[in-house]
Design a protein around this ligand. Structure first.
Ligand code: BGP
Length: 462
């Protein structure tokens, strides 16, 4: 076989609780910001489909676990919904949620699929959001309590924990570019939110270690490599370094090195926007770094020196760089994102060379396809060869990185079964398995799902 992967390589995919479980009368779930925002402004959501209409995994998890098996999974990530387990965020534990997550986790293990459990995937309990969400230090305390409850309830069986998925996204979405609640533009608050997420992650890691459980804890980061327009132009290179510091290293450095990037500290100081902090916070961050890193990779960022005028009234990260529209780039025509397979190699080699070759895995990589239903054949199947090409193209580069000493331990796709995706709802489909939301959520394995099983079974491909 041309592309052979190590024994015990993790083959699988990722989902999140809020994107799959659904909301049901009597399930005692509290509202997250998504439930609330949808009730307030359904018009913001594609086709006005909200988080209650997901793929109903809360009821159908046994069937879904079988589909994971049929698509070759030996591991699988989902998240616990904070607002399901603790409806108010900091109060009573919901016993219906405990029963559900116990059964779901046990079902995965009984089918030889290792559960990777994440604690936060964009889903702030609304009652905490009303008090400021991540802007507030009280939320950090509530989160650490929630994390500890999860470790105590499920830590006997779950051996891979993650504190947060893509923590930069609530910063960008909620406080800079308005695609998450509270959808405001406020760089000072954005910095406070990012700081608190970093601190909360380190404090949860500390709580996990104090429990002495048999397992590992890490974080999932969406790393979007920055490439300068012209590597020989120092202004482009500088812009790219700053973009990387804002959007990647703001979480990558604290998570792995326990420190914030100097470039970022300098900018934040200059803006007079240092976050509020307490005396020993930086020690907590320094001492509680991750032991495993999940890397979500979708597309690169092409960056050039700032050319457009900046808004003097509203400071933004983009005051320091512009995006560069590279000619002749390879595009995913169905989602409008660049496809650059080599990016995954560059990320892994950067982790090898500059981050102590930390054990890591590709925790999301995926090809969104708008209106994929147009490709459904009469028998309900989808011949998604474009997705097979996408996965194979990235896996070849993962293989190259492995050959060159990367500590990459697995590859998870976004996603297993088509799922609801925030304000994009069901617009872009990513799954190995399709879901017909108008036909009782009927699931059908796509061609890519069958292909992925052969890759996982053979531990490689030609
Ligand atoms: C990732 C998120 C996922 C998911 C995916 C697809 O960044 O971690 O939660 O939704 O993006 O996004 P979209 O549906 O907007 O294409």
């Amino acid at each position: 076989m041309k592309y052979n992967f190590p024994k015990d390589f993790w083959w699988g995919s990722a989902v999140s609780g809020p994107q799959t479980e659904g909301v049901f009368p009597g399930d005692n779930k509290g509202d997250s910001t998504w439930d609330y925002w949808y009730k307030q402004k359904p018009e913001l959501f594609f086709d006005q489909v909200g988080p209650e209409k997901t793929s109903y995994t809360y009821l159908r998890f046994k069937e879904d676990v079988q589909l994971l098996k049929e698509t070759g999974h030996n591991s699988f990530r989902t998240s616990i919904q904070w607002s399901r387990l603790i409806p108010t965020g900091d109060g009573e534990v919901n016993q219906d949620a405990v029963r559900f997550y116990n059964e779901y986790i046990d079902e995965l293990i009984a089918n030889d699929i290792e559960p990777f459990i994440n604690l936060y995937h964009f889903d702030m309990p609304m009652s905490l959001m009303e008090k400021g969400g991540w802007e507030s230090r009280a939320t950090v305390e509530a989160y650490v309590r929630y994390a500890k409850i999860c470790f105590e309830l499920f830590g006997d069986r779950v051996k891979k924990w993650f504190t947060n998925n893509e923590p930069i996204v609530p910063v960008e979405g909620g406080y800079l570019y308005q695609f998450h609640y509270p959808a405001i533009v406020d760089l000072r608050k954005a910095i406070q939110v990012g700081y608190h997420e970093n601190l909360a992650s380190a404090m949860a890691i500390s709580a996990y270690r104090q429990l002495n459980l048999d397992g590992e804890i890490g974080i999932i980061l969406n790393l979007t490599p920055s490439y300068p327009r012209d590597v020989n132009n120092p202004e482009d290179v500088k812009a790219s370094i700053i973009c990387d510091a804002f959007f990647n290293r703001s979480f990558l450095d604290p998570a792995i090195k326990g420190t914030f990037p100097q470039e970022l500290i300098d900018i934040v100081k200059e803006l007079g926007m240092l976050p509020e902090y307490e005396a020993n916070d930086l020690d907590i961050i320094k001492e509680n770094t991750v032991e495993l890193l999940g890397v979500n990779y979708y597309h690169p960022r092409r960056v050039k020196a700032k050319e457009t005028p900046k808004n003097p009234l509203i400071p933004m990260p983009d005051d320091y760089f512009d995006m560069y529209d590279m000619p002749n780039k390879k595009m995913n025509p169905y989602r409008g994102w660049e496809i650059y397979e080599r990016g995954v190699y560059d990320l892994l080699i950067n982790l090898r060379d500059n981050y102590g070759n930390i054990p890591c895995f590709i925790s999301e990589n995926g090809m969104g396809v708008e209106n994929e239903a147009r490709f459904i054949k009469e028998d309900g199947s989808i011949e998604d060869d474009y997705r097979i090409d996408f996965v194979a193209g990235h896996l070849r580069y993962v293989h190259d990185a492995l050959q060159e000493g990367s500590n990459v331990k697995g590859y998870h796709m976004w996603t297993a079964i088509d799922n609801w995706s925030w304000t994009n709802a069901y617009k872009n489909r990513y799954g190995f398995v399709s879901v017909d939301i108008d036909n009782e959520g009927k699931r059908t394995i796509k061609k890519s799902g069958h292909w992925f099983k052969t890759v996982a079974d053979n531990n490689g491909f030609d």
